[in-house]
Design a protein around this ligand. Structure first.
Ligand code: SF4
Length: 297
């Protein structure tokens, strides 16, 4: 595949397109970090999804039935406190709850698992388990409300995050803050973490081995926070959490389950800054996450 085609496919991945039309066959390597799409014409999901290369053992992804639907698919859920009053802004023209997606079971934690979020952060601070440790200024373990109902998962630290040791503090972070505020879950109420805790060089996508090395920290953070709803920002976070390699367009607009926790997938805020046209679908996604919170909290 030539460079132009490779870059075009990368843009398609950002777009979340679920379909590729090509004149000639192309090869897409599943092990390449720049292989964001599956060259397939299959329209129905397989019964069992293929684990992400390097994903922790024990991840099982079974599609598509949800054994315990969170809420019926259909119109937007109006929280009881608003039933007789004005609708909150986030519910106006809201899309409603989408159908069930993947059901993922994480491996059980090791016997010596970190007992607290602080213990996770301490271990991360000294971690040299993958090559990303070489160029970091600070590790970025995550931060927020340790008993949050909503947990947000991004890809990895960027320059500002590497300098500050905090997740989502640059322009993308400001946009994320606005999105969270718009669904009435301000940043201090949520927990935010990334798939990898050290900045990849030049902000490249973390490699499968780097993700696999770092995922136990994220899994433990999820187990300790035990949020009601997970929001995955971007394809890398979604793929790492769900253990599959699929375009964003196939993972959005479904309610996946990760160890029973509903998981919604949307665009990474950095992608929204590059492509403002995606803000509207992203707004729909976060409103779906908010409605799941309304149904569960
Ligand atoms: S990215 Fe994760 S696994 Fe790699 S060195 Fe940093 S903390 Fe360790």
């Amino acid at each position: 595949m030539d460079e132009l085609a490779r870059r075009w496919l990368a843009v398609q991945r950002d777009l979340g397109g679920d379909e590729l039309i090509v004149d000639t066959p192309i090869e897409v390597s599943a092990s390449s970090p720049d292989a964001p799409v599956e060259a397939t014409s299959e329209r129905t999901p397989p019964r069992r999804s293929k684990p992400l290369p390097g994903a922790p053992r024990g991840i099982e992804s079974v599609v598509p039935q949800d054994p315990e639907p969170i809420a019926s698919v259909g119109p937007a859920i109006v929280p009881k406190r608003y039933a007789e009053g004005d609708l909150p802004a986030y519910l106006k023209d809201a899309p409603g709850i989408p159908p069930a997606g993947l059901v993922v079971t994480l491996p059980p934690p090791p016997a010596a698992a970190w007992p607290t979020l602080e213990a996770v952060a301490e271990t991360v601070a000294g971690c040299r388990a993958c090559p990303l440790c070489a160029d970091r200024t600070n590790t970025v373990p995550g931060e927020g409300n340790p008993t949050a109902s909503l947990m947000v998962v991004g890809e990895g630290p960027g320059e500002q995050e590497d300098l500050s040791g905090r997740p989502f503090v640059g322009r993308a972070g400001e946009l994320l803050d606005k999105m969270l505020l718009a669904i009435e879950t301000p940043r201090p109420t949520v927990y935010i973490a990334n798939v990898v805790k050290c900045r990849p060089p030049r902000n490249r996508t973390p490699l499968p081995d780097e993700r696999a090395a770092c995922l136990p920290y994220l899994h433990r953070q999820i187990a300790l926070v035990r949020p009601k709803v997970l929001l995955a920002l971007g394809a890398t976070a979604a793929e790492a959490l769900l253990g599959v390699k699929k375009p964003l367009g196939e993972l959005r607009l479904k309610v996946h389950r990760l160890d029973g926790i509903p998981l919604v997938v949307t665009y990474h805020p950095a992608a929204l800054l590059r492509n403002p046209n995606w803000k509207r679908p992203a707004w729909d996604d976060v409103r779906i996450a908010r409605q799941l919170l309304d149904a569960l909290v």
